[in-house]
Write a protein that binds this ligand. Structure first.
Ligand code: NAG
Ligand code: NAG
Ligand code: NAG
Length: 317
């Protein structure tokens, strides 16, 4: 969920992936020896893997967005998701997967298995998440947790990798007590999201052996705050044919903006009082933006907007 106020931009999201008991010995081994092959990466190892994983994560964001936007359930709906939380959660899951499951997770995430091993990915996430934690101010909180059934014993390396590389918190629960274990998970997520999400799970399957949780909370102050007095009801045009009446914040101020001729999109950068900022894209034609946007565009915009004034047209709103 997301809220924009005169004073703050607030968003919170969380997600859960639960794994149940299966009759067959499938591809879930919850920890295995990918470690061996990682030595191949040799001297360039670390930095190169970080770049590859980072690049794959960025590409994944837009691929996932296109999938979500094209989905039947999304038509006429707002789409709100945290791509890095999804990549992190699926990378976590791939730590415990093997065979076809592992191959599918890797290719879904865009990790090229001839260039990256699971251990490379783990180490890259460790670096990336550490960097994110270092940079994040008190207004942001994101992370993962794993809830494991008391009678299920994952391989110690699995939990060790989760803890060390993904900073995942681990807990034991009794999933046969479905209400109690759901309460435990909801209480945890409630605390992490400052009470904004207190019902992540409702009914859990008593055969569950493990749940991976991911959450993100962000509440940033605008660098230039809106005056609440200027908030008025106005028309928001959802598309050519649909408009809704809603409370609109107003401000007259100079902001960085950029017109991307290739995507036919105006971009406005709205900074928070931190290193973060919000990018707002106003396409001439939605499909042109949606079908072509890629990480290079965002890099180009940010570069252009941090250049001295002259090159940007200033924008009032
Ligand atoms: C993976 O990397 C190899 C070696 O660079 C390359 O030949 C191959 O095309 C890549 N695969 C994909 C799916 O990008
Ligand atoms: C994050 O901070 C830790 C401890 O202060 C430091 O060791 C690490 O190098 C930093 N990582 C990054 C990516 O800045
Ligand atoms: C923005 O951050 C600066 C430095 O951290 C602080 O002095 C200032 O009060 C902040 N402004 C707002 C509106 O919170």
């Amino acid at each position: 969920m997301m809220m924009m106020h005169a004073a703050v931009g607030l968003w919170v999201l969380s997600a859960v992936i639960c794994v149940g008991r299966a009759d067959h010995h499938g591809d879930h081994h919850m920890g295995h020896g990918h470690d061996k092959s990682s030595q191949d990466t040799g001297a360039d190892g670390g930095a190169n893997s970080v770049a590859l994983v980072n690049e794959a994560n960025q590409e994944f964001s837009f691929r996932l967005y296109r999938k979500l936007a094209a989905h039947a359930d999304s038509q006429g709906q707002n789409i709100f998701f945290s791509p890095v939380s999804v990549s992190t959660a699926l990378a976590l899951l791939s730590v415990g997967a093997q065979g076809e499951t592992h191959r599918q997770l890797f290719s879904g995430l865009g990790f090229n298995s001839s260039l990256l091993t699971q251990t490379d990915v783990d180490q890259a996430f460790q670096t990336l998440l550490q960097g994110a934690n270092n940079a994040s101010q008190e207004d942001a909180d994101e992370g993962t947790a794993v809830f494991v059934d008391n009678r299920f014993k994952p391989k110690p390396e699995f939990l060790q990798t989760l803890k060390q590389s993904y900073f995942t918190e681990g807990f034991n629960v009794d999933f046969t007590k479905t209400t109690e274990s759901a309460d435990t998970i909801n209480k945890y997520v409630g605390e992490k999201t400052k009470g904004k999400i207190d019902k992540l799970v409702e009914s859990l399957d008593p055969n569950t052996v493990m749940c991976l949780i991911s959450y993100i909370y962000y509440k940033g102050k605008w660098a230039t705050q809106f005056d609440p007095q200027l908030t008025e009801q106005d028309d928001f045009h959802v598309d050519e044919n649909t408009k809704v009446r809603t409370a609109m914040m107003n401000m007259e101020e100079r902001f960085h903006s950029y017109y991307d001729h290739e995507l036919k999109t105006t971009v406005l950068q709205l900074p928070f009082n931190s290193s973060y900022s919000m990018l707002l894209m106003l396409p001439d034609v939605m499909e042109t933006l949606e079908n072509a946007i890629c990480p290079n565009h965002v890099t180009k915009w940010l570069k252009a907007m941090t250049r001295p004034r002259l090159e940007n047209l200033d924008f009032y709103f």
